[in-house]
Ligand binder design. Structure first.
Ligand code: ADP
Ligand code: CA
Ligand code: CA
Ligand code: CA
Length: 419
């Protein structure tokens, strides 16, 4: 039974990113925050929607975290559990099952997280999948039957960590060794890899919401056309300017992918490429609101649907407020990911104050500051900043992004160990 103020446990969300907390507040949903281990939350400075804080070591000790969560649930029953943090999606699915709460089954969570399972399940359903093969730990580098270039990636990766293009067979062994190193190092994961054909074409992100198997595609946004060898995030502009027939093909493919992967409930963030400019091929689907909430910012300003609030409602077993309403674009929204543009110790970041003051800009989320050290790829350090903005049209967003390319500049001093 749900009280008038449902309570949802929110796992590993940074309080510096406001969207999901603001949505919860508007929707009258109480949050129990499981803070990120590297974030100190000060009780007096928590977002208003946070009713309680429950520290759990979800990644280091999942069994202990689940036991503590069960104990908490007995003392303070809650209605649901969710996360926007991709590596925590399997834990959330396990916890939901253990506590009898709404959510996707653990096997589905495993299938969206493990790129081998994902590719197999999509292929079995007859969806577009590049030719691929699995490379277990220690297996010799191999791309038999694949056309080059190929992309080598961790089976359990995220944030593009380690994802690397190999141009020709002669480069494959070195690339495989390098990606395994990223698995063992920054990802702390088993070095199981996927090798798949490079999908040539522009990239798109699709924000959707599923409820009881009914999938609503909210927005399709343009993500640039990164060519590698490493795939840094660059831009996100929605709604994408695509012919109606291509949009329909994207909606069909993404809807069918939910079915193939078993994602019946909750928000999803799907990344795909249009091979040859028209044929949608999934890169992956995340069973969560994407980009730590950036997907909510984009989808809500493009459609007027409060995606994060609906995601919390579905997590609590309630129907989304947007159910049944037609989805139409009412505006454009964008995210510009400030490129590192070099490496070393940051001495200055120019232009951000003027960008913050720009009326089109709602948020500048700054992750790196003067004094921080940026390592060259593939040693990922994170992005300097995101610029989230609203525009009358996607063309205006594109023009604004061209302006940002020259308006923001980062200075570096050489640093020992960054080559
Ligand atoms: P992650 O889970 O680390 O984000 P992805 O599979 O989404 O891994 O890959 C990250 C990025 O690498 C994608 O957004 C895309 O730009 C690029 N990429 C991955 N696989 C391919 C591919 N087969 N063809 C072309 N680009 C790819
Ligand atoms: Ca991912
Ligand atoms: Ca991705
Ligand atoms: Ca990406």
């Amino acid at each position: 039974m749900n009280s008038p103020h449902p309570t949802v446990v929110l796992v590993y969300q940074r309080t510096s990113l406001p969207w999901v907390f603001d949505s919860a507040q508007r929707a009258g949903i109480r949050l129990v925050l499981v803070p990120r281990p590297d974030e100190t939350v000060e009780p007096g400075r928590l977002p208003a929607a946070v009713a309680d804080v429950l520290p759990l070591d979800v990644e280091g000790d999942p069994a202990g975290a689940l036991a503590a969560l069960q104990q908490y649930h007995r003392a303070h029953p809650f209605d649901g559990i969710t996360t926007l943090y991709d590596p925590a999606v399997p834990f959330v699915a396990e916890a939901a099952r253990a506590l009898g709460l709404p959510g996707i089954p653990p096997s589905t969570a495993a299938g969206v997280q493990d790129k081998r399972l994902m590719r197999e399940r999509l292929a079995a359903a007859g969806l577009n999948v590049p030719r691929f093969l699995k490379l277990d730990d220690g297996a010799p580098a191999d791309a038999a039957g694949l056309d080059f270039p190929v992309v080598v990636k961790p089976a359990h990766g995220y944030s593009s960590l380690g994802v690397t293009r190999a141009e020709d067979p002669g480069r494959l062994a070195a690339v495989v060794a390098e990606v395994r190193e990223v698995c063992r190092g920054v990802l702390g994961a088993e070095p199981a890899l996927v090798v798949e054909e490079y999908l040539d074409g522009p990239e798109y992100a699709v924000e959707s919401l599923a409820h009881r198997g009914e999938v609503t595609v909210l927005s399709i946004g343009y993500k640039g056309e990164p060519k590698g060898p490493y795939f840094e995030e660059t831009v996100y502009r929605a709604p994408a300017d695509l012919p109606a027939a291509v949009q329909e093909a994207v909606v069909r493919e993404v809807t069918a992918a939910h079915r193939a992967l078993g994602v019946t409930d909750g928000p999803t963030h799907t990344e795909l490429r249009l091979r040859g400019g028209t044929e949608p091929y999934l890169l992956e689907m995340g069973a969560r609101v994407g980009g730590s909430g950036v997907s909510h910012y984009i989808a809500s300003h493009v459609t007027g649907v409060d995606l994060a609030a609906d995601a919390l409602r579905v997590a609590a077993g309630l129907p989304p407020a947007s159910a049944g309403a037609p989805v139409t674009a009412i505006g454009a929204a964008a995210n510009y990911i400030v490129p590192c543009g070099g490496h070393g110790r940051i001495t200055a970041i120019h232009g951000l104050d003027a960008v913050r003051a720009d009326p089109r800009v709602d948020h500048v989320v700054q992750m790196l500051h003067p004094g921080d050290v940026v390592r060259p790829y593939p040693d990922f350090t994170g992005y300097p900043a995101f610029v989230l903005s609203r525009h009358a049209s996607t063309a205006e967003a594109e023009e604004f992004h061209r302006h940002l390319e020259s308006a923001i500049r980062i200075d570096y001093a050489p640093e020992e160990g960054t080559r």
